[in-house]
Design a protein around this ligand. Structure first.
Ligand SMILES: C[S@@+](CC[C@H](N)C(=O)[O-])C[C@H]1O[C@@H](n2cnc3c(N)ncnc32)[C@H](O)[C@@H]1O
Length: 321
């Protein structure tokens, strides 16, 4: 694999990192990689739902191909490493198959241990008519052993009540929280409306998200950053075997980690290379980690009941009439 050098200046210190974009099939490229050379794998595999980059097949055949790839991933993962596997649902003739349920036994059979099943909640998406609309996907986080990297302090979020104190016991009167903030928990809502509208292709807002490219289902860099900050240390190696337009590579380099991405579509590899250049030159547009979510005010046109609907009973009830 040919490695490129990424150079940047962080806190006035020059940083030299390596990254590679392998344009090829995941299984083939992984077979040539060294044992235990990777500290974290973060990915969103194809869901077998007929996106432009995949051919829809039976769930059995899809999972058996994925199992071969996963066993290679486990081989290249270091003993202290983790795998974060981000998936939604496979849908066949209206029947929903939650992919994490199908993936779990594959990882378990290969000896991995589940540490978290994170729910990534969306604000928006497609509106279903025959079932409740889907508004979350999951990230399964597995480790290879009991000795694994987990830097909680690097991903803490501001506490809701930082001034809260113990009201009884030996610490009575003392502050009960952590000054660095609280554990972000396993429900992630950091990246909401603006991004989700993109994923589900709602018209008019398509080009609004700063990270949007031609890829039909990128995940946000911010989502990967939290995994990388918690589960690796600086200069570690991060791998994405289904790299798309390089969100994982960018999240890694941005946070001083080395990165490898494997992607079968040449166009996506080219876009990844352009995005890395933009990051290096300080002009890559990203949504900053932890940035507050836009909440429309009651006066915003989009948040008020349109005149045509004002007489409908549901809005009367909402106003307490
Ligand atoms: C869900 S997308 C990942 C998008 C990525 N997370 C991003 O933010 O850009 C899955 C990607 O896997 C790629 N892919 C599918 N099968 C592959 C294979 N066998 N080897 C390498 N890449 C593959 C697809 O082309 C697609 O870009």
């Amino acid at each position: 694999m040919r490695f490129q050098t990424y150079e940047s200046t962080c806190d006035f210190e020059p940083v030299k990192l390596s990254y590679a974009i392998a344009n090829g099939d995941a299984l083939e490229v992984l077979s040539g990689m060294e044992h235990k050379s990777i500290d974290l794998i973060v990915t969103s595999p194809p869901y077998n739902i007929g996106k432009s980059y995949e051919v829809k097949t039976s769930i059995e055949s899809y999972l058996s191909t994925q199992e071969e790839i996963i066993s290679q991933l486990v081989r290249v993962l270091s003993n202290t490493g983790s795998i974060c596997w981000e998936v939604g649902n496979y849908v066949d003739k209206g029947e929903v198959f939650p992919l994490d349920v199908f993936y779990y036994p594959i990882f378990k059979k290969l000896g991995l241990q589940l540490r978290n099943r994170i729910v990534w909640r969306f604000g928006h998406g497609l509106h279903a008519s025959n079932r409740f609309s889907g508004r979350y996907e999951t990230i399964l986080c597995f480790t290879k052993s009991n000795e694994y990297t987990f830097n909680l302090d690097d991903v803490r979020v501001p506490a809701k009540y930082p001034g809260k104190r113990h009201f009884k016991g030996p610490n009575k009167g003392q502050l009960s929280g952590n000054p660095l903030g609280k554990n972000p928990s396993d429900i992630w809502t950091t990246i909401q409306e603006d991004w989700d509208s993109e994923i589900w292709d709602i018209p008019n807002v398509k080009s609004n998200h700063p990270e949007k490219t031609i890829h039909p289902c990128q995940f946000p860099i911010e989502l990967v950053e939290r995994c990388i900050l918690a589960l690796t240390n600086e200069n570690d190696w991060v791998l994405d075997p289904f790299a798309g337009v390089g969100s994982t590579i960018l999240a890694a380099l941005k946070n001083r980690r080395n990165a490898i991405g494997i992607e079968k579509e040449e166009d996506y590899c080219r876009i990844t290379a352009e995005r890395v250049k933009a990051l290096e030159n300080g002009c890559l547009k990203t949504r900053p980690i932890g940035q507050a979510i836009h909440v429309p005010s009651a006066n915003d046109k989009v948040a008020s009941v349109p005149k045509d609907w004002e007489n409908l009973s549901i809005f009367g009830e909402r106003r307490g009439e």
